[in-house]
Design a protein around this ligand. Structure first.
Ligand code: SF4
Ligand code: SF4
Length: 84
């Protein structure tokens, strides 16, 4: 069953992030949190605290008013797809 759960990654562009926390609230997997690291504008930047839990749903990216998040979703390689 675990193999059927999609894997993803949400990469935050630290210099675009304004530390609003909307992405953290939007993530159904509780992947994101504040990193405690400030960007050049002084904002506490969001990051993936539980990267292994990301399913690539992109809710975080859709919620970000500063378009600071890019979501990648793992796709099975050809020949690795399994019958269900
Ligand atoms: S892509 Fe989905 S699961 Fe991954 S961090 Fe964003 S909201 Fe959370
Ligand atoms: S929603 Fe965007 S600007 Fe707000 S904390 Fe998340 S990445 Fe930063």
């Amino acid at each position: 069953m675990g193999d059927l759960v999609p894997r993803g990654a949400a990469i935050v562009d630290a210099e675009r992030c304004k530390g609003c926390g909307l992405c953290i609230a939007a993530c159904p997997q509780n992947v994101l949190s504040f990193s405690g690291e400030r960007n050049r504008s002084g904002y506490d930047v969001a990051h993936m605290e539980r990267a292994e839990a990301c399913v690539g749903c992109a809710f975080c990216a859709m919620s970000c008013p500063d378009v600071a998040i890019t979501v990648y979703r793992e796709r099975p390689e050809k020949g690795e797809e399994t019958d269900v």
